[in-house]
Design a protein around this ligand. Structure first.
Ligand code: GLN
Length: 244
């Protein structure tokens, strides 16, 4: 299928509340990598009080506990719809606080438990230590295998059941600083602690998500034309294994 006639729709969930450490860069990367290939993008911001219509890809960024509280109540209203979307193959990417809300709950230190929407089988509890720093993750589904980014969270996330980690921690703390896991995936739902923003320096993961979103929309695998990622991958490789 000619890329020029292709389209994907992206819903950005609560960007006015959850958008830390350049998370908007993920949206810009997805849109640009489609635009450079002539793939049309329909981009919608979903803010408090908005209804959520069907999209191919849903993105939610990170935030402080207070903003997560506001978003959690709002997001929970759409739980059943978002489960239907997940089960139809829609792609989800959640960063840090957004990732935590993809699970069953987030238990902050000094607040009541925030109910998540259980898109993935995971839960998060507040930790005593804040994990801040560069992260390198080794995956088994990307080429190159690595993901690089920056983490800043006190939440400790535990994935279980059919939800598997995105990968193994090479540098950094990841989900909880104990089991060497980072992120979580179930079906096409991806959560990660990697801010930075994540996708500009992980172009292979951006394209992986775009191909999944195209497959959900058109019902078949569509391989994207290669882009010249010399600069992006030079940046990526310069960060692999770097702690500081
Ligand atoms: N408030 C959550 C935590 O500290 C998420 C932080 C974030 O999104 N960077 O774990």
């Amino acid at each position: 299928m000619e890329e020029r006639n292709l389209k994907i729709s992206i819903a950005h969930l609560y960007p006015k509340l959850l958008n830390l450490y350049g998370d908007m860069g993920n949206i810009i990367t997805l849109c640009k990598r489609c635009e450079w290939r002539g793939i049309q993008v329909e981009y919608d911001e979903i803010n408090t009080g908005c209804s959520i219509e069907e999209h191919d890809l849903y993105f939610i960024g990170g935030g402080q506990d207070k903003q997560q509280l506001d978003v959690a109540e709002e997001l929970y209203k759409h739980k059943a719809f978002l489960h239907e979307e997940r089960d139809k193959g829609a792609v989800f990417l959640g960063i840090c606080g957004g990732y935590q809300l993809f699970g069953h709950y987030y238990q902050p230190f000094d607040n009541d438990k925030l109910l998540g929407i259980s898109l993935i089988d995971a839960y998060t509890v507040a930790g005593k230590k804040r994990f801040i720093g560069n992260v390198t993750v080794e995956t088994d589904f990307l080429s190159p295998k690595t993901l690089v980014g920056f983490e800043n969270h006190s939440g400790l996330t535990y994935v279980q059941g059919d939800t598997k980690p995105l990968g193994k921690i090479i540098v950094g703390c990841g989900n909880n600083g104990q089991d060497m896991s980072e992120g979580g995936r179930y079906k096409n739902v991806f959560g990660t602690y990697l801010h930075g923003s994540l996708l500009p320096k992980n172009p292979h993961f951006a394209d992986y998500l775009i191909e999944l979103a195209l497959e959900k929309r058109y019902g078949k695998k569509i391989n994207l034309a290669k882009l010249d990622d010399t600069l992006e991958l030079r940046t990526h490789n310069s960060l692999v294994g770097k702690a500081y």
